[in-house]
Write a new protein. Structure first.
Length: 60
């Protein structure tokens, strides 16, 4: 039974959102609290990388 809340993942192998059990965790990003956030996984990671790079530049 799939619950609407929690345990959402973004599968890097299949490039899609998964709920609950799916591909091995080493091939997925998450877990996320909802499907919409999991769907944004790649964007979230890119935003975090940009923030970290900006912080590194400020520290130099």
């Amino acid at each position: 039974m799939n619950d609407v809340h929690g345990d959402w993942w973004y599968c890097l192998k299949h490039m899609r959102v998964e709920h609950g059990a799916g591909c091995p965790n080493k091939q997925r990003m998450g877990p996320y609290g909802d499907e919409a956030t999991a769907a944004r996984a790649l964007s979230i990671a890119a935003e975090r990388n940009e923030d970290w790079e900006a912080e590194d530049e400020q520290g130099r």
